[in-house]
Design a protein. Structure first.
Length: 404
């Protein structure tokens, strides 16, 4: 009997943490909804919590076991829906009408889905989603008051006291949320920014990886921060600040190797997993050339690959097209040459190569995976691969300097 009682107790204990997220959204019928959370502000350490296929009538249900309050996201195509999930709480949510990501946005490496806070049905007045929403309204109001006219420490202290009095709570997540929002207010005082906010709101505390307000404040405050030795009192914060400088291109990428703390190393590993750099092997899958012929990248055999990314509107690219033809003729036995057009209109690309063999000429319109796998952000750009399909140089030398 004790055995069955123990099993029942364990089941009840786990169930206490379980949250159900349900709703009805007909425009998402047969679509897959994915509920996830991120453990860093760069979304490198993303965790899938649950997923489901929306029924034909639009009904759906997602569940998660969370022993503490978390912020989660639902991928909605053009939108990303944000929801705060408290331990053991159930939510009935509304989704915005389904909006697909346009072809133009899919080809844009800078495109990010629009983030929205989801709406709810019958949300209790003390729920964390309502608390944060109401707090943000008041926060915006005091922000305006502080920034109208000279900014003083007295105005900032008064605003924080007002918010603390109005939004009293024993909820740890909400208290932490307020803490890092206050850091932004303190950082408004330019004579002592950003050091004052860092000293009072970051340096004495552990890095709060699962607190979204931490990351928003961190990005805003540490972006303008020139690292000082005193930050090393908090080694993990120092590592995170170092990584932030690397990601802003203020420091070389190899500085990521110098981080010492485990959690920041985990973020670095996740960021590098799909990083296009020397030794990275792009997953190109099936490609469609400008002749409309579809084939698998794995079927190709080559000693070396040289890729030219072009745009028809650029003078440099028009010159590169001529180099492409010459190199194909001259080094056919030594190297495979690929020409990738980053134009959004394939018809323009076709006009530029009317008299050229199109077997190894591609458009990102037909092959959007090239944008992400090669991280195409601009043209012209050049990449070289070895016989195993791994990147040798990124960026590679220009065509006029390239010799296989």
């Amino acid at each position: 009997m004790r055995k069955y009682l123990l099993i029942a107790y364990l089941f009840i204990s786990v169930s206490l943490f379980a949250s159900q997220i349900t709703g009805v959204a007909p425009s998402y019928a047969s679509k897959t909804l994915v509920l996830s959370t991120s453990h860093d502000g760069w979304h490198a350490t993303k965790e899938i919590l649950d997923s489901c296929v929306v029924a034909e009538d639009g009904s759906f249900s997602l569940s998660v076991d969370n022993p503490q309050t978390i912020q989660a996201q639902i991928d909605l195509g053009y939108y990303t829906g944000i929801i705060y999930i408290a331990q053991g709480k159930n939510y009935s949510i509304n989704l915005p009408a389904r909006k697909e990501i346009s072809r133009k946005d899919k080809l844009n490496p800078y495109f990010k889905p629009q983030t929205i806070l989801l709406s709810f049905n019958n949300l209790p007045i003390d729920d964390i989603n309502r608390k944060i929403s109401d707090f943000e309204d008041s926060f915006d109001s005091v922000w305006v008051d502080i920034t109208q006219g000279p900014i003083t420490t007295e105005k900032i202290d008064s605003a924080m006291n007002y918010l603390d009095e109005k939004y009293q709570s024993n909820d740890v997540f909400f208290s932490e949320y307020k803490h890092y929002r206050y850091a932004l207010l303190v950082n408004l005082y330019s004579p002592k920014a950003p050091n004052l906010a860092i000293k009072n709101f970051f340096l004495p505390y552990k890095v709060n990886y699962d607190q979204p307000a931490f990351w928003e404040s961190f990005e805003a405050i540490f972006t303008g921060f020139n690292m000082s030795d005193y930050l090393k009192e908090n080694e993990e914060l120092y590592d995170l600040s170092l990584l932030h400088q690397v990601l802003m291109d203020n420091l070389p990428r190899n500085y990521m190797d110098s981080v010492k703390t485990d959690n920041v190393k985990t973020i670095v590993s996740a960021l590098r997993k799909d990083e296009v750099t020397v030794g990275y092997k792009p997953i190109l899958g099936e490609l469609t050339n400008l002749n409309g012929v579809r084939f698998s990248w794995s079927e190709l055999y080559y000693k070396k690959v040289y890729i030219i990314v072009a745009n028809s509107s650029l003078r440099e690219s028009l010159s590169d097209i001529q180099y492409f033809k010459k190199m194909q003729d001259k080094y056919a036995e030594k190297c495979l040459f690929l020409l990738i057009f980053a134009d959004e209109d394939k018809s323009i690309s076709l006009k530029q190569v009317e008299k050229i063999n199109k077997d190894f000429i591609f458009s990102i319109v037909d092959n959007p995976q090239l944008v992400s796998q090669l991280q195409i952000k601009t043209a012209p750009m050049y990449i070289s691969l070895d016989k195993d399909g791994k990147i040798v140089k990124y960026p590679a030398e220009e065509p006029k300097h390239f010799v296989p």
